[in-house]
Design a protein around this ligand. Sequence first.
Ligand SMILES: *Cc1c(COP(=O)(O)O)cnc(C)c1O
Length: 339
Amino acid sequence: MANKDIDWGNLGFGYIKTDKRFVATYQDGAWNEGTLSEDETVVLHESACVLQYAQTCFEGLKAYRTKDGEIVCFRPDLNAARMADSCRRMKMPVFPEDKFVEAIIETVRANADWVPPYGSGASLYLRPFMFGTNAVIGVKPATEFEFRIFATPVGPYFKGGVRPLTVRISDFDRAAPRGTGHIKAGLNYAMSLYAIVDAHEQGYDENIYVDAMTRTYIEETGGANVLFVTKDKKVLTPKSDSILPSITRRSLMTVARDYLGLEAEERPIALSELENFVECGLCGTAAVISPVGKIVDHGKEIVYGMDSMGEVTQKLYNTLRSIQMCEIPAPEGWICKIN
Ligand SMILES: *Cc1c(COP(=O)(O)O)cnc(C)c1O
């Protein structure tokens, strides 16, 4: 059992310092072995590439405690592969994928007391990230980097029950064609801050971004992919090269097909189709799926239901959660045991 004295059920989503974080550095063309550190601070040169030109990317995944008291992670190999893609696009050196998974395991093991108990709904969130550390002033990639993974316990996402979201079709764009929308770079979040604060001020929970070229196709929100369910129970998700390939979304498409016997398709989804659908959800590591109750497209309201999760959305959610908690068998390779 987790032995930290924390009210796990009431924990929010904020940073709580845990015992150890993994730190590796890249210098003279090579990564060192990395080590576990107790120091949560980073001291940087004032002209570090990350500070001046935002050369940084990150990942996010969770460790859970199962019914048997074991600790597991969900598909960390996919986080390793996605981070490698992000690094290549950002001209950062890839931290080898097998070493990435080992470092995740090491970090979770070193903070095992912080993994919340089974049934609490809480989990241990892991944040791998990399940034360019040496001084640059002309625009060029750094030559020295730091790769870190910290762990922080986070509470159940749906405290006090599920509340379907009200989202708007945003007038801001998130990602350009052939830009960086498909990688997990901090810069994609920096430019979304204005839009999300504005959305909240206008009474919306999230922005749904559309394709920047034609502004007629659905892309995703600032930090989650979108799923729709059609009247005949088909699961749909937008296809675009500027969407971040969510591991949760990819897993849910497999769950739809192989566990629920539903059709699941990734294809371009036009704004004009929204009213044909019966359910909508946002998917990502944080919540698995948050139901969307209403989409507002410039005064036009498309309502999916403000009372509860849709039927198919709920089944997708329950099944993936059960897989993650090892309550039902997982597809080969989805569960990474820590012990
Ligand atoms: C991280 C992220 C997601 C969700 O990805 P998961 O792997 O499911 O957590 C979706 N969209 C964006 C823009 C993201 O950064």
